[in-house]
Design a protein around this ligand. Structure first.
Ligand code: 5AD
Ligand code: SF4
Length: 447
């Protein structure tokens, strides 16, 4: 039999871990057509730009990247070759038709709910241009092949997708659609396969992961705390994490899981966005700053060594100096090990984009600077506090320097350690010797 022709697939991924996960699944679904992932767009047979709609000027960025990628396509065309160009992800979902109009060289545009239909779209695109931004009745999770991850020591597993919360600044409910949870048995099977192929740590992913309510093996609804308890039984799996959570869905089962399940890491990303009740209300977050403080108190009682992380938005429409000070205050009260902070940026089609009292750019810049100074200070203090202490480190890859391995502490800090390469994939006690803002250094502990 002649060998199947190999085609080169270049995927460029922007945005969240959900997109990283989706890109891998796209590669999996295209593998039977002969596509294999490559690291550069030169000479690729197909390019997919997997886009993110969260950040400012998302659509503009897509067009400038497409312009750059088109040069590779033109060069290939000049050599008599052919290159399919596709735009996927949340910008594709939101701006599908516009992209097709403005970038006539793009062959395919498709949204996150349609990746399982990719092979058919690719077949079709060889003859005509394709736009697919449907929300099909059939779940893409049922139709996509099992994750075919190679030897990743840390892996992502998507358990939930979409969001019904409709925070007024956010495009996710529009681009990712209604909330959907995968059944427990599917997730448990995938976890087992990931561990068999080398994963020791699994991060459960979902836009609203703690709203998870999949069907259990007994046919009853299962929440995230219960799902974590089931997955913790997977032999060979050492660590479990989950992201991203909403404070409203931090239920007692999940809080208890932090107390009872040793494999669940003591690090929680729980975005609050703002410390002001007026702004939280305008954001439609459906909780107050004190509700959040109470949740944190409960979690800390269940798991005293837990470290917190969050997302913040400054300059939401109507945010006064007092509102912003309330955000600074919650940061001082909670103290974060890590955080993301953003200037509010209006997303077309979301309610906040049309709110009066949009905040001036200069004010946003001043506020984010102050917030980030405080958050960086806290992050550095948290990292420095590790010096002289011993932590279990999971080595996931080679380090930047020769003879070093890169690993993660339970708090998800990156750590560089001089260690035997055979320790990759193992969890080893490490004494922390140095700390800076973004990473630690340590030595394998001598017993
Ligand atoms: N402007 C600024 N930040 C935003 N985020 C989501 N939408 C916007 C927006 N319109 C931030 C939130 C969210 C994170 C993923 O991105 O903080 O938690
Ligand atoms: Fe967006 Fe998260 Fe709010 Fe859902 S809960 S609308 S994903 S910010």
């Amino acid at each position: 039999m002649p060998e199947k022709a190999q085609k080169k697939l270049y995927i460029k991924t922007w945005g969240c871990q959900m997109n990283v996960y989706d890109s891998r699944r796209m590669a999996d679904v295209l593998a039977p057509l002969g596509y294999r992932p490559v690291d550069t767009p030169d000479d690729a047979d197909m390019i997919i730009l997997n886009t993110c709609h969260i950040r400012e000027k998302a659509t503009d960025k897509v067009f400038s990247e497409l312009g750059r990628l088109k040069e590779h396509r033109d060069q290939k065309k000049a050599r008599g070759g052919k290159m399919l160009m596709a735009v996927a992800g949340c910008v594709a979902q939101a701006e599908g038709k516009f992209i097709m109009e403005r970038a006539p060289y793009v062959d395919m545009v498709f949204g996150p709910q349609t990746y399982h239909e990719l092979p058919q779209m690719v077949m079709k695109a060889t003859g005509e241009r394709v736009v697919n931004t449907d929300f099909p009745a059939e779940s893409k999770f049922d139709a996509l092949p099992q994750e075919n991850d190679n030897q990743g020591v840390t892996a992502f597993l998507s358990v939930q997708e979409g969001c019904d919360k409709f925070c007024t600044f956010c495009v996710v409910p529009y681009t990712r659609g209604a909330e959907f949870s995968r059944p427990v048995s599917q997730i448990a099977d995938e976890a087992k396969k990931l561990v068999e192929s080398g994963a020791r740590e699994i991060t459960l992913l979902g836009q609203n992961v703690n709203a998870y309510h999949g069907t259990g093996k007994d046919g009853k609804s299962c929440n995230l705390g219960q799902l974590i308890a089931i997955l913790a039984e997977t032999d060979g799996l050492e660590r479990i994490r989950y992201t991203t959570s909403h404070p409203r869905d931090m239920d007692q089962d999940l809080i208890d899981a932090h107390r009872d399940i040793a494999k669940l890491m003591p690090f929680l990303h729980l975005p609050i966005q703002s410390g002001s009740d007026a702004i939280l209300k305008a954001m439609n977050r459906k909780h107050s700053a004190d509700d959040y403080r109470e949740i944190i108190a409960k979690i800390k009682k269940a798991r005293p060594d837990i470290a917190m992380s969050s997302d913040f938005i400054v300059g939401f429409p109507g945010e006064t100096d007092e509102d912003f000070e309330a955000t600074m205050q919650i940061v001082r009260d909670v103290t974060y090990a890590f955080a993301y902070s953003f200037k509010y940026s209006p997303r077309p089609g979301t309610p906040a984009a049309n709110m009066p009292m949009q905040i001036h750019e200069k004010v946003k810049t001043e506020r984010i600077q102050r917030l980030q100074d405080l958050l960086n200070e806290q992050q550095l203090a948290f990292n420095r506090d590790m010096i002289g202490k011993r932590f279990d480190v999971l080595f996931d890859r080679k380090g930047a320097k020769d003879g070093q391995l890169h690993g993660r502490t339970p708090y998800n800090q990156a750590i560089h350690v001089k260690a035997n390469p055979r320790l990759r994939g193992h969890t080893v006690p490490v004494d922390v010797t140095e700390a800076n803002a973004n990473s630690l250094t340590g030595n394998v502990a001598i017993f």
